[in-house]
Design a protein around this ligand. Structure first.
Ligand SMILES: NC(=O)c1ccc[n+]([C@@H]2O[C@H](COP(=O)([O-])OP(=O)(O)OC[C@H]3O[C@@H](n4cnc5c(N)ncnc54)[C@H](OP(=O)(O)O)[C@@H]3O)[C@@H](O)[C@H]2O)c1
Length: 306
């Protein structure tokens, strides 16, 4: 698969990442087929979190891939920490270190390529994050660090203490959840689209070489449903279907190609557990829709121009 540079990590990673949040919906044989298909397709960057399936997603993945050192070295494994069910959020040194140990055990590996802080912790003490990252880097347990769902100012606060570069910021972004784009267009206007909900995180990440990893690339709302084929988005689906026909690909491929066309070189994280849809997502890395098509999709989703 086409690769992109992941932030300042020095890693060249597949342009499409495979999210494993839903892998606990498959049985063992299905998980094995799914993971093997991903690897065969060159989709060897897998996104995890300590909390997915209460930890079972990491375990299911490790069994499905038949983790051994020689398998491990072909993969990029990313996991996340910082969400604590029953509490809320926890970026304390102790929690970060314990969480990584848990992920390593469940993934049956001795290192993560990337660790992300999952969601902002209101009680964050950045000095503790810095200590935890140093410990994890020195022990070899984590090679690169990043964040998820984090505002530029919080990243700046962390950067005051953390010496490792943040290589990724995983953020909700899809054709139908594109506020980070629309606010840029509606600068200084009085309508809702002009509201800066994220501190201009898109521009911030581009300026600081932080790769944006769009999560839930096919969902509208907050896990409300899939916009492809949805009667809520007739105009959008008509436009996507028209382009799918033109390129001879599926609607899934076109929706993914829309994210990949953005010049920020984002790395979308798929969530499908369906083998054909996974292949369709991977295929998107091969096609480049035109500027006119990109805007036509943006507008068909209900976004407007100033
Ligand atoms: N950092 C964060 O806070 C955060 C939050 C959420 C998720 N994530 C990461 O992002 C990944 C993706 O999230 P997601 O799973 O919500 O993403 P998604 O790809 O937008 O949604 C996947 C779901 O939509 C269904 N789907 C996808 N395409 C479809 C289509 N064309 N028609 C019908 N159904 C379709 C899938 O069903 P099938 O399996 O049947 O295809 C699956 O249930 C997760 O695995 C996780 O790694 C991160």
């Amino acid at each position: 698969m086409r690769t992109i540079k992941l932030g300042e990590s020095g890693l060249n990673v597949p342009a499409v990442a495979v999210g494993c949040m839903r892998i606990n919906g498959l049985d063992a044989a299905g998980a094995e087929r799914f993971v093997q298909t991903a690897i065969d397709e060159g989709a060897v960057f897998f996104d995890h979190a300590d909390i997915y399936g209460g930890g079972t997603c990491e375990e299911i993945f490790a069994k499905a891939v038949h983790m051994t050192p020689s398998v491990r070295e072909k993969l990029f494994l990313q996991s996340k920490c910082g969400i604590r069910p029953g509490v809320a959020f926890d970026f304390s040194r102790e929690h970060i270190l314990n969480s990584v140990d848990g992920s390593l055990k469940r993934l049956n590996t001795d290192y993560l390529d990337v660790l992300l802080l999952h969601r902002p912790d209101l009680l964050v003490e950045p000095e503790e994050v810095a200590e935890a990252f140093d410990t994890l880097q020195q022990s070899g347990k984590v090679r690169h660090f990043g964040v998820s769902n984090q505002h530029p100012m919080l990243i700046q606060l962390l950067k005051k203490y953390v010496k490792q570069p943040f290589v990724a910021n995983q953020l909700q972004l899809s054709i139908t959840n594109a506020t980070m784009l629309s606010q840029t267009l509606h600068v200084n206007m009085l309508d809702d689209a002009a509201l800066s909900r994220d501190g201009n995180v898109l521009d911030y990440c581009r300026l600081n070489n932080i790769t944006i990893q769009p999560w839930s690339p096919f969902q509208y709302g907050f896990f409300e449903g899939v916009f492809l084929g949805s009667e809520k988005y007739p105009e959008l689906n008509a436009k996507i279907d028209e382009l799918a026909e033109k390129y001879g690909v599926s609607n899934t491929t076109i929706a993914m190609a829309w994210l990949l066309r953005h010049p920020a070189n984002m790395q979308p994280v798929t969530g499908t557990m369906n083998i054909q849809r996974l292949k369709d997502c991977v295929k998107a890395a091969e096609i480049r829709i035109t500027r006119e098509e990109w805007y036509a999709i943006y507008l068909a989703a209900g976004n407007d121009l100033p």
